[in-house]
Design a protein. Structure first.
Length: 289
């Protein structure tokens, strides 16, 4: 035995019994988020659906309501709807990225991740961060090409407050809204087995949530509808973005302040992600199928 130990080229006999090192949380999150990006860019129909449909809505609704809508401080409907479409893109991307949870469970990938030696929070963060990056990318593309569509005559002329100076703040704020909405989409998709059920939730919950956020029409000053809009967390995400991209300060004077919008959006994101992690860490037979 001593001869084996003393040989310079001998290997310790504990290699087979030594446990493999567990992947770090950042590496696991990075791998899962990268997978979301790769899947998205390989599916061109998702790119068209997530970005093309909101642009069509913006052009058509703007053209149809341009002559009859009188926004705050004289804003045209195209200018008023501009930030709302960016939020719509973020929401659509969150929906399409989190619906893959149902597909991953059906294909067996989700079960493989759940038994891997990584924290289950890595699955949540990887999915949410991947969806957030996709949402921000598409929303920034829209904010960049929106004025160009007006320039070539596809939409009425608009003026925006986007500059190279405030673009980092806009991107960071969009990232916060995207993180919140993707986390919300995750906790809705996690307990579901059917994509049809998810689309039903989208129709009766997520779309009304966007419509009642001040994205599509201004909030009334009083009445039950005004209270619903005030209690909607997405209202503050939309209001904060509208303050950042609207150059006419009088048009946003009645909206919640940027500080309040930021605080409510951060709080909503924290609540959604905590619930999503709690749901994922629960030991159930649901994910064994």
């Amino acid at each position: 035995m001593s001869e084996v130990i003393d040989r310079p080229n001998s290997q310790p006999l504990t290699g087979a019994s030594r446990a493999m090192p567990e992947p770090s949380l950042p590496l696991a999150v990075y791998s899962l988020a990268s997978r979301e990006l790769v899947r998205f860019f390989r599916q061109r129909t998702r790119i068209v659906g997530a970005l093309g449909q909101p642009i069509i809505f913006w052009v058509l609704f703007g053209a149809g309501l341009h002559g009859s809508f009188q926004g705050p401080a004289g804003l045209s409907y195209q200018e008023y709807f501009f930030p709302g479409v960016a939020v719509m893109i973020v929401m659509f991307t969150a929906i399409y990225s989190t619906i893959s949870i149902i597909e991953d469970r059906r294909e067996g990938f989700l079960q493989g991740v759940l038994v891997a030696p990584i924290p289950r929070s890595a699955l949540v963060l990887g999915k949410v961060i991947g969806g957030m990056l996709l949402a921000v990318l598409q929303a920034v593309v829209f904010l960049a090409i929106g004025p160009a569509l007006s320039f070539v005559g596809l939409a009425p002329p608009i003026s925006t407050g986007l500059t190279w100076l405030n673009m980092p703040a806009v991107v960071c704020y969009l990232g916060l809204v995207a993180f919140s909405l993707t986390a919300l989409g995750y906790l809705i998709a996690w307990p579901m087995d059917s994509t049809h059920g998810f689309h039903a939730i989208m129709s009766v919950f997520l779309m009304p949530m966007w419509l009642l956020s001040g994205s599509f029409f201004p909030a009334p000053q009083s009445g039950w509808l005004a209270w619903i809009i005030r209690l909607n967390p997405l209202t503050y995400g939309t209001a904060g973005l509208r303050r950042l991209v609207t150059p006419n300060l009088a048009a946003v004077a009645e909206l919640p302040s940027l500080t309040l919008s930021l605080a409510v959006t951060i709080l909503s994101a924290i609540v959604y992600i905590v619930i999503a992690i709690w749901m994922t860490e629960r030991q159930t037979a649901h994910n064994a199928r």
